[in-house]
Design a protein around this ligand. Structure first.
Ligand SMILES: [Zn+2]
Ligand SMILES: [Zn+2]
Ligand SMILES: [Zn+2]
Length: 320
């Protein structure tokens, strides 16, 4: 422990208390918009506050954990930058809504047009024809869970509100794929995409799986194998088909790249084939005890079969 205010750390309660003030958030935003350290007087002017004593009080509350007071003036520390980033991403303030809109993208399963909808920092994907990937259980704004009967739910990609601004629905969909895929890469490698702590992962298998009609009545999913990821530190959690845990698999990434499909930078032309490779794979549960499953992905005329263990670690990769 030192007396250096830069080493002061805050409890979550203290941090919420410090940030729960408009002037302090204005100070962080003003520093976030500055290219160089800012003097006390200049900062007070930028925030538009005349009472020097009150301004000093608020600035002092931020100094240490969020703001550094160096020789050249005040500047953001990394924690202050994170707050400004969260505010400007729209996560704290904006709630744009994109009503369900049909876009020029084919469903991975049936080829019918996909519809996208943005709400609650998610781009939800729907098929306008088939049953999709998952039964839709999340209530809509009116609390209904059955309002999507005309649409099959294909899942979602996360996207901060800023990602919706200045983009048409097709571009929103592509941005959400890129953003969501980066998140998936960290998550599949066991690193929480929110806080970087370790993710616990577990695998579930539907014992009575029958998805001939699209979705299984027993589990509500197209695929029998599901993965659950849960952060050991923060509130992040994710569940989904096995591919959620395979995004970081080198044989899968190499297979796609060899077919001109770059999942990190998809174009309007490559995204349908990339989406199909990740979402429309064959699943075979080889054994339940010990667990072993084989997933076969397709690109062009070729196939890649990945055999995985109970941790969804790849134990064998075979191209055909
Ligand atoms: Zn479909
Ligand atoms: Zn099932
Ligand atoms: Zn976390």
């Amino acid at each position: 422990m030192t007396d250096d205010p830069a080493d002061r750390t805050l409890s979550p309660d203290e941090a919420f208390e410090v940030l729960g003030n408009e002037t302090r958030v204005d100070i962080l935003r003003a520093l976030g918009g500055a290219d160089a350290p800012v003097s006390f007087t200049d900062l007070r002017r930028r925030v538009g506050m005349t009472d020097s004593g009150r301004f000093n009080y608020h600035l002092d509350r931020l100094t240490g954990h969020f703001v550094r007071n160096g020789e050249d003036g005040y500047e953001l520390r990394r924690a202050g930058e994170r707050v400004v980033e969260a505010v400007l991403s729209g996560a704290v303030t904006d709630a744009p809504v994109l009503e369900r809109t049909e876009i020029d993208q084919p469903c991975h399963y049936c080829g019918a047009p996909v519809a996208v909808r943005f709400r609650e920092e998610r781009v939800e994907l729907y098929c306008t024809e088939c049953a999709g990937t998952y039964a839709h259980t999340e209530p809509d704004d009116e609390g209904c869970t059955d309002g999507d009967a005309d649409y099959g739910y294909l899942g979602y990609h996360p996207l901060p509100p800023a990602g919706v601004a200045d983009r048409d629905p097709e571009a929103v969909f592509r941005a959400a794929w890129v953003w969501g895929h980066l998140e998936l890469l960290a998550a599949s490698a066991g690193v929480c995409p929110r806080c970087s702590a370790t993710l616990d992962r577990s695998t579930r298998v539907c014992e009575d799986h029958d998805s001939n009609a699209g979705l299984c009545d027993a589990c509500g999913r197209r695929y029998a194998v599901a993965i659950d990821l849960e952060c050991t530190n923060c509130i992040y959690g994710e569940s989904g088909a096995a591919v959620v845990g395979l995004a970081d698999s080198a044989p899968l990434v190499a297979f796609l790249l060899d077919h001109g499909l770059n999942p990190f930078a998809p174009t309007a032309e490559t995204l349908p084939a990339i989406g199909r490779a990740y979402n429309n794979f064959d699943e075979e549960v080889v054994s339940t005890d010990p667990f072993e499953a084989r997933f076969t992905f397709a690109a062009g005329d070729d196939e890649l079969a990945l055999t995985v263990d109970g941790d969804l670690s790849v134990v064998d990769a075979e191209r055909r």
